[in-house]
Each structure stands twice: as structure tokens, then as C-alpha cells.
Design a protein around this ligand. Structure first.
Ligand SMILES: [Mn+2]
Length: 467
């Protein structure tokens, strides 16, 4: 039964609505203009007698009714809203117009203004965007299907966006690892990225530049040749495909290039390719792409476009939550848990800092403990430190509204080791030898003392060059 009443201003808009196609739940009505008394838009009930409460009352409005007023004419909308309020005081009103602004509309407790033809326009633009993606996919196939072996080259120390996008490109080409391996000039370094390749069973082959010769096709994903140094291997300066979201660089040739700097992730571009080609996105690929978008945009915290949001929403519907959990919360080994237990038994939050010193642990335990540490009451900063090989490694998290974690860590490691990061997460490494030179011993108590003092100092002292 109809619960929406569409009121069109004049025959022309009524016919436009008729072309859009009415839904079953809509009752279509129109109000003739002066010269239109003989026009009869098919399927429409005429509201004669002008827009007065009596006319509206003939529609027998009920509490669940919703009304749409379709008009570009201010006086019509104002009269219609007044008549509606009198006849059906609680009925919500949607004003559909391409010309009227907020100022043209009368007060009403439940009124929403939206476009009319623009809706259709947006759909058309959206469909052409899909078509553009389909065209690129078709070209990709034309270009690469006859090749024997295609290298999908990622940046050195590949990140989740590159890995997810590379994986999707391979699926899109209908290939598997032997004929389209993911390759890189450097290893996957960060523990959370290693967790991704492990959980998803992905191999990223590390190659030397000379080994590029074995590929008769080369696609750069989430990277452009400038990333490979001042004088990159000549082979990467003339490639088949570049798909990336970093600012466009010159100085290389590519048969096919799709570079979208407005996007937050290359995974978004590949998601659109998969959608445009009508392929069902398998949970494993959806999870990889979703994690790529999530990690490159820091969950929409920066450089995010509406395209990233749309892709994320589509991927979310078909990803595997269990797989995502395994990537984001890698399993903690028993000795890591015991180290955490010992650290927690002496836990203390002081000056907003929660510092947990773990002793010797597997590296991927450290960032997870830092995440956990931030949950302590009154903690604005959580620092987890552990010994890995010959280094003191620490992960830092903060609540986001304090000084940037990356800056603080750079101040802490200055002259001692390496470190950096972002607004709310960072990592630092200090070789034990350098630590001992300054602080003597590197036992838990002295690590705790040294790091606590260094962090207090770095958090409260303004950065050099800032006032
Ligand atoms: Mn990226």
C-alpha cells in the first residue's frame, strides 16, 4: 500500500517523475499549472482546487504517510507545506528541487531538501565512472594476457595497500603466483605487515634489479619509479602498467597508467576494477584490500576520499572478520605473554605515561603490548619496550590529542638510534651497545628509568625550532 505521496508541480515534472518510474509504495499526484488543465500525465491523480488543506485532506493522510513535493517554484512549495501542516501536522516532507535553497523553504519540524535531476545525474556519473574502470580492465587484459610472466612490483618494504592491491591485480588478470608473482627490491619489514602476508598466505619475492629480465611484463602497483632511488634500474623506467595514488611523477614510460592522487589508497582503485569487471570479490581478497585501505588512510584519519569510503563499505560486506582479526591481532606466543605478565605486575601510570618493559621478546609482541597499555586508566601515552636481537625496540601509542608520537620518539632516540612514526603511533630502536654507553647497564630497571625520563622530557619540551 502506498505510504509515500508524491506531489508534482505541473505536468512537466510529473512526466519526469513518470520516466524515473514510480515505486509501488508511491501514490503519484500532480497540481496543474494555469495553462495545463487539459494535460493528463498518465498514472497521476490530479489535485484540483489548488493547494489548500481541503485538497490534501482528500488524500486521507495517515500518520505513516510521507510526502515529497517536487517543484522548483518557491510559492508552490510554501503553499504546499502550509496545506500539509494543516491537514497532516506530523507528516514528514521531502522537498525535491534543483533550484530552491534553504531560504526558500518555510519552517517545518520534519522537512528535508534534496535535489531532483541531480539525483539522476549522480547516478549517471557513477555509472560512467564504472564504465571508465571497465575500460581500464579491458585494456589491462589486452596488454597483458599474451605475456608469459608478469612481475607485480611493489615498493621496497611493501605495505598492506601495495600488497592488497597487487594481490587484486593478479586476481583480476586471472593469474596465480607462478605467472604473476608479487615482487619487491626489499623485504616486508614491519611486524604488522608480516602478519598480513602470513595470515593471507601471500609470498612477496625479493629480487635484485637484474632479475627483472625474467619478466616479459611489468606492473608497478602503489609505487612509481622515483621511489627506487636517484638512478633506478633502467627496466623500471619503461613498464607496462602503473597503478598508484601517490602524486604523479614524470621521467618514465608506461603503456597504461592510472594514477589517482585524490585517493587514499591504491587498494580503492583495484576494488573499483574488480567491481567494474563484475567479479565476485572473494573474502581473502576483500580482507587484503580492506586492510590496505584501512592502513593507508589510518582508518579514514587522513587523505581519504569518498571513493575510499565506498570501496571500504563494499569490501566490508564480503571480507572475513576472522582473517582480519588474525592480521590485526597476531597470536601472542606464550613467552611473550609471560613477559607481559611480569611487566604488568609492576605496572604504574605516572605523568600520563604507562611504560611496560618486557625483556627479551619476539618483535611483534611489542606493538601489541603498547596497544594494550593505552587502555590503562589515566594513560595518555603507552610505551612497550623489549629486547630484540642486539637492540632495544619500543613501540609508542598515544591518545591522539597530545604531542605527535613520531616527534617524541625522534627526540628520544636522537643521537642513539632510529625512530619515527605518526600522530598517535611510533616506533624506536636503540642498539643496546649505544644504550649501555650512556646508561651503563641494560637491565629492566635501568631501561625503565632511562626511557621514562627521556619520554617525560621529550613530551614536555617543545621541539627545537618551535615556540
Ligand atoms: Mn598506498
Amino acid at each position: 500500500m502506498a505510504n509515500r505521496v508524491i506531489v508534482c508541480d505541473g505536468a512537466e515534472l510529473a512526466r519526469l517523475w513518470a520516466r524515473i518510474g514510480a515505486s509501488e509504495s508511491e501514490e503519484l499526484t500532480w497540481v496543474p499549472r494555469e495553462d495545463e488543465t487539459r494535460a493528463r500525465p498518465p498514472g497521476f491523480r490530479v489535485l484540483s482546487g489548488g493547494l489548500v488543506p481541503e485538497t490534501i485532506a482528500k488524500l486521507e493522510p495517515r500518520a505513516e504517510h510521507e510526502f515529497a513535493l517536487v517543484s522548483d517554484h518557491g510559492p508552490f512549495v510554501r503553499a504546499a507545506v502550509a496545506a500539509l501542516r494543516a491537514a497532516a501536522p506530523n507528516a514528514p516532507v521531502l522537498v525535491m528541487s534543483d533550484r530552491l535553497g534553504e531560504d526558500d523553504l518555510p519552517d517545518h519540524p520534519c522537512l528535508r531538501r534534496t535535489g531532483l535531476r541531480t539525483h539522476f545525474r549522480d547516478d549517471v556519473d557513477h555509472e560512467f565512472a564504472h564504465l571508465g574502470n571497465l575500460r581500464r580492465v579491458v585494456r589491462l587484459h589486452e596488454l597483458l594476457n599474451s605475456r608469459e610472466k608478469i612481475g607485480i612490483l611493489l615498493q621496497p618494504d611493501p605495505d598492506p595497500d601495495g600488497i592488497g592491491a597487487g594481490l587484486a591485480l593478479r586476481a583480476l588478470l586471472g593469474r596465480k603466483a607462478p605467472t604473476a608473482p608479487l615482487i619487491s627490491f626489499g623485504h616486508v619489514m614491519r611486524p604488522e605487515n608480516q602478519a598480513m602476508v602470513q595470515a593471507l598466505g601471500i609470498e612477496v619475492r625479493v629480487i635484485a634489479p637484474e632479475e627483472l629480465d625474467e619478466f616479459d611484463g611489468l606492473a608497478l602497483v602503489d609505487v612509481q619509479p622515483n621511489v627506487f632511488g636517484e638512478s633506478p634500474p633502467p627496466r623500471v623506467l619503461s613498464v607496462d602498467v602503473v597503478i598508484d595514488h601517490h602524486p604523479e611523477r614524470s621521467g618514465y614510460d608506461a603503456m597504461l597508467r592510472d594514477i589517482r592522487p585524490a585517493y587514499g589508497a591504491t587498494a580503492t582503485i583495484l576494488t573499483e576494477y574488480l567491481q567494474a569487471s563484475g567479479l565476485e570479490i572473494q573474502p581473502r581478497f576483500a580482507t587484503a584490500l580492506l586492510y590496505g585501505i584501512k592502513s593507508d588512510t589510518r582508518l579514514f584519519g587522513r587523505d581519504t576520499s569518498s571513493a575510499d569510503m565506498r570501496a571500504f563499505a563494499a569490501l566490508h560486506a564480503c571480507h572475513s572478520p576472522a582473517l582480519l582479526r588474525r592480521i590485526e591481532r597476531p597470536a601472542l606466543p606464550p613467552d611473550g605473554l609471560r613477559a607481559l605478565g611480569r611487566a604488568l605486575s609492576r605496572t604504574r601510570v605516572s605523568e600520563g605515561i604507562h611504560l611496560l618493559v618486557l625483556g627479551r621478546v619476539r618483535e611483534d609482541v611489542i606493538p601489541q603490548v603498547a596497544e594494550l597499555g593505552l587502555q590503562a586508566e589515566d594513560a595518555e601515552w603507552a610505551i612497550a619496550a623489549g629486547i630484540v636481537g642486539r637492540d632495544l625496540v619500543f613501540s609508542v601509542r598515544n591518545v591522539g590529542y597530545v604531542r605527535a608520537a613520531g616527534e617524541v620518539v625522534r627526540a628520544v632516540v636522537e643521537g642513539l638510534g632510529a625512530g619515527g612514526g605518526h600522530r598517535s603511533m611510533a616506533k624506536g630502536i636503540i642498539p643496546l651497545r649505544a644504550f649501555r654507553k650512556i646508561y651503563g647497564r641494560a637491565d629492566r630497571a635501568s631501561i625503565r628509568r632511562a626511557l621514562f625520563d627521556a619520554f617525560v622530557k621529550a613530551i614536555h619540551e617543545p621541539a627545537a625550532g618551535r615556540s
